[in-house]
Design a protein around this ligand. Structure first.
Ligand SMILES: NC(=O)c1ccc[n+]([C@@H]2O[C@H](COP(=O)([O-])OP(=O)(O)OC[C@H]3O[C@@H](n4cnc5c(N)ncnc54)[C@H](OP(=O)(O)O)[C@@H]3O)[C@@H](O)[C@H]2O)c1
Length: 296
């Protein structure tokens, strides 16, 4: 294994952070959390405040913090979603630029960088696309431009829909599917690019330990699925019927713009960088992933 790192993790209290931090520690790394309300160090990105000791001796920053996207996108919510990522990234960049040691900056980003509708599969070489989340991702990644220019390694983990029964999209879908009132969303033809939480944690570990990895990296399973295929896999894993569809107009009525860019998003993302690195997924196929994640 690689030499032990001292890693500052923001958003360590969230779905991904809670799974990642123990795994980093189990590999012998020293983990420090940076949070608005708990953990080892405090910050308040909205006010531009950070504990000055947070970066001392740190060689890697894993930046996961950001306002949840899973809410109705009022004007105020959109401001929080964008500002929380921009302010936190800018603050980290400012602090890293003060460090004498080289720091690897590994930041979450989203596959929505590519937009929410693409007729062709996209890999890391594709341009950014349309929509609010694409704009958020461009600003989020762009905030680190000065780091790259100063010679610090930057990785942007463009993450697909993270599957875990403990939180995120899957946990929200579980109650209706378990009750037998789940079903396809919209036409069901829209493609969904996903990653199991366990594989995502393994990807972050690899990014921390392998200094040759830099730039954008699509964190998705090799096989994207249509919403209908996902729905059928949910039904099979839970042994429940999936005959109650959620029409597109209902999604737009209930969730507005957020529903259009997430639930109805049609995006087939290819993990070209992971494949080039020879990454081995534990969950390559949706049926196997859901069977394992949802076994009771
Ligand atoms: N889960 C997914 O499917 C998915 C997909 C694509 C991208 N991502 C991105 O990956 C990152 C981690 O995802 P996650 O699912 O672990 O997120 P999460 O569970 O929502 O946790 C994010 C963490 O960010 C901090 N945070 C929340 N609101 C904030 C605000 N307004 N300002 C500053 N910090 C705030 C919180 O930490 P403290 O309270 O400790 O400060 C929170 O625990 C996020 O940026 C997310 O957008 C996730």
């Amino acid at each position: 294994m690689s030499s032990n790192k001292t890693i500052l993790v923001t958003g360590a209290t969230g779905l991904i952070g809670q799974a990642l931090c123990p795994k980093l520690e189990a590999q012998g790394h020293t983990v420090r959390s940076l949070s608005r309300s708990s953990g080892d160090f405090r910050w308040n990105p909205a006010q531009g405040k950070i504990d000055p000791a947070a970066l001392a001796g740190v060689d890697t920053v894993v930046h996961l913090a950001g306002e949840s996207v899973a809410q109705r996108w009022t004007a105020a919510a959109k401001r929080r979603i964008l500002d929380s990522r921009l302010a936190s990234s800018s603050l980290l960049v400012q602090e890293i630029l003060k460090c004498e040691q080289p720091v690897s900056y590994i930041s979450a980003s989203g596959i929505n960088f590519y937009g929410y509708q693409k007729s062709q599969p996209v890999d890391e070489s594709a341009e950014s696309g349309e929509g609010f989340l694409a704009e958020v991702c461009r600003h989020w990644e762009g905030a680190a431009d000065r780091l790259g220019a100063a010679g610090h390694r930057c990785v942007f983990v463009r993450t697909g829909v993270v599957l875990s029964p403990r939180g995120g999209a899957l946990a929200k879908m579980l109650p209706p599917f378990k009750a037998g009132v789940g079903g396809k969303v919209g036409s069901g033809q829209q493609m969904m690019s996903w990653i199991s939480l366990n594989d995502l944690v393994r990807i972050y570990l690899r990014c921390v330990e392998d200094a040759t990895i830099a730039g954008p990296l699509n964190a998705v399973a090799p096989e994207a699925v249509s919403n209908l295929e996902f729905t059928q896999a949910m039904g099979a894993a839970l042994k429940r019927p999936t005959a109650v569809p959620l029409p597109a107009f209902a999604v737009k009525l209930m969730f507005g713009e957020m529903g259009r860019e997430t639930l109805l998003s049609d995006l087939q993302v290819l993990p070209a960088q992971l494949q080039a690195m020879g990454f081995g997924w534990e969950h390559e196929r949706i049926n196997d992933a859901l069977d394992e994640l949802l076994q009771s």
